[in-house]
Design a protein around this ligand. Structure first.
Ligand SMILES: [Zn+2]
Ligand SMILES: [Zn+2]
Ligand SMILES: [Zn+2]
Ligand SMILES: [Zn+2]
Length: 199
């Protein structure tokens, strides 16, 4: 039976391909709605008492009509929460979302033709400062008023997005330095000390 012959070359498949670890671990997806996070209505936010992250859209649904929110994962309660938007962003997930979205990258890069600093095709005297996560486009304030008032529209200021992204990039560099320094220190320790230091 030739057809039943198994592939013996499975070693080939075992070779680790350079894979984007972040997406592999599904950290780019909200565990409740199973949608990818974005920089608008599904911006990732952290529930401060347990550290679990969900998209803003889902958090709004859980929070609706209450002044508290229960984590859909571990059921921990965040009391006295008037507004979901006051929950902190998960900056590292946010950073990955931006980094992996060539359109957003283009919009926040002042040197690109379609950036937030470029002028609006409909209103040449205005800059395309705003981004709608539903229409996935950038536009000026006038366009926002005229075309992005719908329920599905979620408009953000691209300058804010750029600032947050840069903040995360700086944090990454800082963390890398801390890890490097720590590893250097670890190298000097004896093995037992290493384990204690890692508790
Ligand atoms: Zn969600
Ligand atoms: Zn939780
Ligand atoms: Zn415009
Ligand atoms: Zn829109």
């Amino acid at each position: 039976m030739e057809g039943s012959e198994k592939k013996e070359n499975s070693n080939e498949n075992k070779k680790e391909k350079p894979f984007f670890d972040y997406a592999r671990r599904s950290l780019d997806i909200c565990a409740v709605c199973k949608n990818k996070y974005n920089v608008g209505d599904r911006i990732p936010r952290i529930l401060v008492n347990c550290g679990h992250t969900f998209c803003t859209n889902c958090l709004l649904k859980y929070h609706h009509g209450k002044n508290h929110i229960r984590c859909p994962s571990c059921k921990k309660l965040v009391k006295h929460l008037d507004n979901v938007e006051t929950l902190p962003l998960n900056l590292s997930i946010f950073g990955e979302i931006v980094k992996n979205d060539p359109v957003i990258i283009m919009f926040i890069d002042p040197s690109s033709e379609a950036s937030f600093a470029s002028s609006c095709p409909n209103h040449p005297e205005k800059q395309r400062h705003y981004y709608c996560s539903y229409h996935e486009n950038n536009f000026c304030r006038e366009c926002m008023k005229a075309f992005h008032k719908g329920d599905k529209c979620c408009v953000v200021d691209l300058c804010d997005i750029q600032k947050l992204f840069q903040l995360n990039e700086q944090n990454l560099i800082k963390n890398e330095l801390i890890v490097k320094t720590r590893n250097k220190a670890k190298g000097k320790m004896r093995k037992e000390e290493f384990f204690i230091a890692n508790q």
